[in-house]
Design a protein around this ligand. Structure first.
Ligand SMILES: [Ca+2]
Length: 117
């Protein structure tokens, strides 16, 4: 292909792309996980733990991630992932149950509360 034939073809492809407009895809994915099963040594341990979890929920913004891919003028692809409420709870259980025995003791709940952010 010579430059004399290439330029009109390239111009035609560009004009067609502009004329057709940008192909755009936008998607929001809600992601959550199953809530972990946990038991508490006492009611005090449960109350202490849940109060700390609520404090964390109130102070944190919902976790969100974005994936974007663009080819200027021709193609745009954007995915937004929003994490559900069980993720904060599960992460709190993993942090609080330090020996991973499935039970949060009063001592573990107190330590978790003191370090909750
Ligand atoms: Ca434990």
């Amino acid at each position: 292909m010579t430059i004399r034939t290439f330029l009109p073809v390239a111009a035609g492809v560009l004009l067609a792309a502009v004329g057709l407009g940008c192909i755009s895809h936008q998607e929001t994915v809600h992601r959550d996980e199953q809530r972990l099963l946990i038991s508490f040594e006492t009611d005090t341990a449960a109350r202490t733990f849940y109060e700390a979890v609520e404090k964390i929920r109130e102070s944190s913004t919902p976790t969100e991630s974005k994936t974007e891919f663009h080819i200027p003028v021709i193609f745009s692809h954007k995915i937004t992932t929003v994490n559900g409420p069980h993720q904060v709870f599960n992460e709190s259980v993993r942090r609080a149950d330090t020996n991973q025995d499935g039970t949060i003791t009063e001592k573990e709940a107190r330590i978790f509360t003191n370090n909750a952010r």
